[in-house]
Design a protein around this ligand. Structure first.
Ligand code: UD1
Length: 344
């Protein structure tokens, strides 16, 4: 019988790609999502891509009784991948309590219920934001955690600690914390991708919306950083590669391969690319000319960060494989598809 996995936030950007990869690997998926930043149609898209319709329940992870009822309805859930969270850095500065309540209480609810229903493990969506500006690059999992720049970043740090402390206290659960670098791109079928609400805050959605004419110009936030071309450097990872890391993390928990009850992995490519390099790579990969301007720095931005993914490569037997050109083409195909569908 297929092993059953609960994916919270499973209709979101990374969640939906992960559901497909779990299904491709033979897992049965139950999605819960409050649809605050996604759409019920994504369930149809997932079915189109994988050929399997995942179970879906509209549930908010803040709703403890609803979660309790869910675990009674869907028995034998073996593990959870917890994506559901608020993720806009700027908004978190404006509405800190919303972010702290949503992101912390959702996780606490899940951790409280896991022992009751004998759910073995949880994979948590963490972020390279926990490293702040690292002292050494590429950054390894051993690098110190720096004070968070935003309430959003702080929720990632606190949630990592909540998991560590809960397991240290003897809770009969295991965890893998995946620290994502910058996920970009879309599914090669162009049926799944990132659908930002309103004006995109992240680089690639803004870039593709500019390329298609929804936005006039892409602003590059700063060209006076201490980097070769003066723009910030990031480790841009293909979203399908990232999704696959979750499948191997789940395999590892369920096959008892963990070396410790809580493990942490960097999920990146190991390659740093500057914002300007990314723009040029997009133009080269798609043949589309991009209108952009250099503007001042954005508050709170880290100058440069990229992963040392060695530990994940070795221990998880996982590697980011998709080229940046292919990834940027997929983001462009997705944007074209959105226009075709009259969405954006
Ligand atoms: C941020 C968060 C990260 C979070 C991610 C997703 C921090 C330090 N990082 O990543 O934790 O997971 O958002 O929400 O909090 N840029 C432009 N023009 C734009 C947009 C972005 O030049 O219009 C530049 C930024 O200055 C940055 C790079 O592109 O140097 C990437 O920005 P973005 O896509 O927003 O991601 P991060 O800030 O790296």
């Amino acid at each position: 019988m297929a092993k059953r996995i609960l994916v919270t936030g499973g209709t979101g950007y990374i969640g939906s790609h992960t559901v497909v990869e779990l299904q491709n690997s033979g897992y049965e998926v139950v999605i819960i999502d409050n649809l605050s930043n996604s759409n019920i149609d994504i369930v149809d898209s997932i079915e189109k891509v994988s050929g399997i319709r995942p179970a879906f329940e509209r549930i908010d992870c803040l709703d403890y009784p609803a979660l309790d009822a869910l675990f009674t309805k869907y028995t034998n859930i073996e593990a959870i991948i917890h994506f559901a969270a608020s993720k806009a850095v700027g908004e978190s500065v404006e509405k800190p309590l919303l972010y702290y309540r949503n992101n912390l209480v959702s996780l606490i609810n899940l951790l409280e219920l896991m022992p009751k229903y004998a759910i073995k493990g949880i994979v948590f969506s963490s972020s390279c934001t926990v490293y702040g500006q690292p002292d050494e690059l590429p950054v390894t999992e051993k690098a110190p955690i720096k004070k968070a720049e935003s309430p959003y970043g702080n929720t990632k740090q606190i949630n990592e600690e909540i998991i560590q402390d809960t397991i240290k206290s003897g809770a009969p659960i295991q965890a893998i914390l995946l620290r994502y670098f910058n996920p970009i791109g879309a599914h090669p079928t162009a049926l799944l991708g990132e659908l930002p609400n309103g004006v995109p805050q992240n680089l690639v959605p803004y870039l593709t919306q500019t390329a298609i004419g929804i936005r006039e110009k892409l602003s590059v936030f700063g060209d006076d950083y201490n980097t070769p071309d003066g723009s910030c450097i990031r480790d841009f990872i293909n979203v399908v590669d990232l999704a696959k890391a979750h499948v191997v993390a789940i395999d590892r928990i369920l096959e008892n391969k963990q070396k410790e009850k809580v493990e942490v992995f960097n999920i990146g490519t190991g390659r740093g690319l500057s914002v300007l390099e990314l723009i040029h790579a997009f133009e080269a990969a798609t043949g589309v000319k991009l209108s952009y301007q250099i503007v001042g720095r954005r508050a709170g931005d880290i100058e440069q960060v990229w992963a040392d993914p060695e530990y994940a490569n070795k221990e998880l037997d996982w590697k980011a494989e998709t080229s940046i050109e292919e990834t940027l083409r997929s983001a462009w195909e997705w944007q074209l598809k959105l226009r075709e569908r009259g969405i954006q």
